[in-house]
Design a protein around this ligand. Structure first.
Ligand code: KG4
Ligand code: ZN
Length: 350
């Protein structure tokens, strides 16, 4: 196949202003955004499918893809309207190509390919995890690498060193469940609606830290995480109480679980900052919205004269503005150009 739009892509690198339309459909949010120069959001439209999936207690992949398909072209029109732009005024089309649910990703990828082809604008393939990091560039206009990143989402839990906009080094990651997954499963056993993270966050405020849950000790000297043990402990605790028909406080369980998990995340971040002599930690991903994590991490970094950055709440969870922001830096670094044979990928290397 003839190389697609290679000259157009290269010419973008030196263009004074770049206006990028970005698409995100990796899970249960269909999102279209228009971002100028990586930092200025001209439009940010998110159609959440949370209400649709709630009745199933989690995301049903097939239903997610169908709903992306229904929503996406309207969101595109809406985004242009919000930004007051014509399609010709866009410089590039960016899209999340992975990681995520394959059928869901495919909707965004194919829509982006269609736009790129019909509008004759370069296509940029963005890694979802990189996008989450970039959500901070929107909130903090002067923030620039190097910094440390705590990535905490429904699919990822990791500590990364971000050396440049395109240079990421993994320092530690979960050996089993992602922390968001643990929040969602614990919420489920407590009978709380999907997604569980925000529900636990709210309920924990009314509870006490009285049940002593712990995380595995075996990773104590590493920067890796394990959350499947604590998740199972909470599930067993609840089932045990239910079998014995004993009363228990859901708020206390939520609080005890949240205390343990946020202690672990905070401890490991501080350890990583000390090891790498970093003075800035940037939090990315949905669990970054957690109020206890925010409070603990802000306090802990203060004690070592460092700073913690959390994206604005609406950019913590999945959105397309973060994809548009990252795409700008991909272009500046000369990476991410995609051909029309771009395909979606359920997993992607960092
Ligand atoms: O980054 P995200 O929107 O999607 C993925 O890429 O995975 O993260 C979703 C995760 C879910 O597990 C959700 O329960 C969790 O973020 N979450 C929270 C909070 N808000 C969202 N977890 C704890 N506290 C919150 N306030
Ligand atoms: Zn995400």
């Amino acid at each position: 196949m003839k190389k697609y739009m290679i000259d157009e892509f290269n010419s973008l690198k030196n263009k004074a202003d770049l206006t990028i339309l970005a698409i995100e459909s990796s899970c249960d949010e269909t999102a279209v955004s228009i971002v100028r120069n990586g930092r200025e959001v001209l439009a940010n439209i998110v159609a959440s499918q949370i209400e649709i999936h709630r009745r199933f207690g989690g995301v049903v992949p097939e239903i997610a893809s169908r709903n992306h398909l229904v929503a996406i072209s309207n969101l595109y029109e809406e985004a242009l309207k919000e930004a007051n732009l014509l399609p010709e005024q866009l410089d590039a089309i960016a899209v999340t190509f992975g990681a995520g649910l394959i059928g869901a990703l495919l909707v965004g990828v194919n829509f982006a390919k269609g736009l790129s082809y019909s509008l004759k604008k370069p296509l940029i393939a963005v890694n979802h995890v990189h996008g989450h990091i970039a959500s901070n560039f929107i909130t903090y206009k002067d923030l620039a690498p190097p910094f440390l990143c705590l990535m905490v989402s429904g699919g990822h839990t990791a500590i990364l060193k971000v050396n440049d906009y395109n240079k990421f080094k993994m320092l530690g990651s979960t050996v089993d469940d992602a922390v968001g997954e643990a929040f969602d499963k614990v919420a489920r056993v407590l009978g709380l609606p999907y997604p569980g993270g925000p529900e636990i966050d709210k309920l924990a405020k009314k509870g006490e830290n009285v049940v002593k849950f712990t995380v595995s000790n075996s990773l104590k000297n590493t920067l890796d995480f394990s959350f499947s043990g604590i998740k199972t402990s909470v599930i067993n605790y609840v089932h045990n109480k239910q079998q014995k028909e004993e009363k228990f406080s859901k708020a206390d369980i939520a609080r005890s679980f949240e205390e343990c998990v946020t202690d672990e995340l905070t401890t490991k971040v501080i350890k990583a900052m000390q090891m790498t002599k970093s003075k800035k930690v940037v939090v990315a991903g949905g669990v970054g919205a957690n109020s206890m994590l925010q409070a603990k991490l802000k306090e802990a970094v203060k004690s070592i004269n460092a700073q913690a950055f959390f994206p604005e709440l609406k950019y913590c969870t999945d959105n397309a503005a973060m994809i548009g922001s990252m795409a700008f830096y991909y272009i500046k670094k000369g990476i991410g150009r995609a051909d029309l044979d771009l395909t979606a990928r359920p997993t992607v290397e960092l």
